[in-house]
Design a protein around this ligand. Sequence first.
Ligand code: URA
Length: 240
Amino acid sequence: MERLDKLLCSQGTLTRSEAGRVIRSGRVTVDGTVCRQPAQKLDPAAHTVAVDGRALGYAEFVYWMLNKPAGILCVSRDPKAPTVVDLLPAEQQRRGLFPAGRLDKDTHGLVLITDDGDFAHRILSPRHHIPKTYHAVLDKPLAEAAADAFRAGPTLEDGTQCLPAQVRVLEPGETPLVEVVIYEGKFHQIKRMFAAVGCHVEWLKRVKMGGLSLDETLEEGACRPLTPEEKSSILTENLP
Ligand code: URA
């Protein structure tokens, strides 16, 4: 059972006091009957709550897949710059949304946006070793020794020790396209891992988190809700 004002703010962008005002003004109905009591308790799964005649599609938590373009900040809110949360449709904005795992401003690809802190913790905790797969374009061919260093667990230039990682060349050449899999999320980790083996990352895209691949039909900047199976698939792959 949940209070009506709390339910309204958990499903939208209203604060608790704004929700209270909306309810007292008679704009909210429960199963078709106006309810002016912010403290009214109800089971959101068993009743239909509507504001101005529009039913709230109740979900305790939401999970969105976004194909992040470069140039967008991977944080919840920023007073000056657009963020990944701003890219969700206006009617899907609700309090508490955040990106589960950061990408740099110039990195592209898969971002999970949710308001489920426990789930985010499970997929981000280094203890769970959820693999994150990236595609990167490098400024020069990768030396054979680099792959060995990644396999052993690379040491970054500041001495930070990383867990073993995998790298393979997808398209060889002067500026090869490579695939990298890491099992943790240190600050600028991929760029710093390649810097440690003498390469610069020219372009970077996250393509997979656990067993969840980026839906390549999503245009850059577009998003869609995850299916329950996709949500579970994030947790189904971990350290080999
Ligand atoms: N590693 C990086 O260097 N940048 C990212 O955005 C993600 C992983």
